[in-house]
Design a protein around this ligand. Structure first.
Ligand code: C5P
Length: 336
């Protein structure tokens, strides 16, 4: 059975992973934003560098547990095997250093962005990664997108912008400089997201190693710059003075868990679906979180929201339609 057809309790894994991503993404922006902004007065803020490292560490532990279980079931778990799989000649570990470092920077920028932007603006501008991902898919995977698919990508971006423009009016405005810094952080994060995602997909689908092994490599190579540059060089003095876990509360752990769980789901989506479909799933999550806000925060559905949501749903439908003209031959590693 091909990877794309695998099932969980009878449901195709492709759709299970996409739906889970929609739900996870709905929570991420809100929890992360809240964790940066809502802290009791006179309390220290937590250090972003430690949060990024903790989330990478959680992913590493989970992925290692799954990998070890798989290897143990095959009766071949040993330290030698682990080292060979991770760093041996055929492990392709060097290729994994690139997305690891890109994701490390992107994960830090996400916190910068939510600090300066309101959650709604953050969510919409962050959707630009759908376009950067499509662009890198074309450039690096040799994927060709029909005109219909490009149209649906543009429509998607437009729809999301309308939905978000609507919600933004209720949020407090940040200063011009803060807005600029936030938008700059988001823009760079989108470019890194597209490049790292497509690079990871290419290595994953073009080589034999399991998803969990690849993610162990990813976490290891993100943890190294995270600890050296983030925790030691950037925040070394603060960590020595008030400790690694300064300013942590339940919201900090919520943001860390959301980022870690999100990373794992993204990995599954890229394996069982693809990077562009991932973008559509996260867009749907914006609508889902807005609908949840009706019940949670008395959010009012307006004309602009309805039009935007309609365009997003239509774009998603359009993207899913089969192309009438067969697509030209794809790159070997592109199996989706
Ligand atoms: O926003 P985007 O979808 O690009 O976010 C990707 C997130 O997923 C990053 O936080 C990255 O660390 C994580 N990730 C992961 N494992 C993968 C791919 C992405 O943990 N295989």
């Amino acid at each position: 059975m091909g990877e794309a057809e695998k099932t969980l309790y009878g449901f195709p894994l492709k759709w299970v992973s996409l739906v889970t991503l929609v739900v996870q993404n709905s929570a991420l922006a809100l929890v992360m934003s809240y964790s940066r902004k809502a802290k009791p007065p006179n309390e220290l803020s937590y250090l972003v560098s430690t949060a990024v490292v903790m989330s990478e560490f959680i992913k590493l532990v989970i992925c290692f547990a799954v990998y070890a279980k798989e290897e143990q079931a095959l009766g071949r778990l040993s330290l030698q095997k682990v080292l060979k799989d991770l760093f041996g000649r055929d492990s392709h570990w060097k290729k994994m250093t690139v997305p690891a470092v890109l994701y490390f920077i992107q994960n830090n920028l996400q916190y910068v962005a939510v600090q300066y932007l309101d959650p709604a603006t953050f969510q919409v501008t962050y959707q630009m990664k759908i376009l950067t991902t499509a662009l890198f898919s074309v450039l690096m995977l040799g994927r060709t997108l029909s005109r219909r698919k490009w149209t649906s990508l543009v429509l998607l971006t437009l729809g999301i912008a309308l939905v978000q423009m609507d919600g933004k009016t209720t949020e407090a405005k940040s200063s011009g400089m803060q807005q600029f810094l936030g938008l700059l952080a988001v823009t760079i994060a989108c470019v890194l997201s597209g490049l790292a995602g497509v690079w990871f997909e290419k290595v994953l689908k073009g080589t034999q190693a399991s998803l969990f092994l690849r993610n162990i490599q990813l976490s290891v190579f993100s943890l190294i710059p995270g600890l050296i540059f983030g925790v030691c060089l950037m925040d070394g003095a603060a960590v020595r003075q008030d400790g690694f876990f300064q300013g942590y509360n339940k919201w900090t752990w919520g943001a860390i868990s959301c980022q870690a769980i999100g990373g794992l789901i993204v990995a599954l989506v890229v394996k069982y679906a693809d990077n562009i479909l991932k973008g559509f799933a996260t867009s749907l999550s914006i609508i889902l979180s807005s609908i949840a806000s009706i019940f949670l925060f008395d959010f009012k559905i307006t004309f602009l929201f309805t039009v935007g949501a309609g365009i997003v749903l239509y774009a998603t439908h359009l993207y899913g339609l089969p192309d009438s003209v067969p697509e030209p031959k794809r790159h070997n590693s592109d199996t989706s």
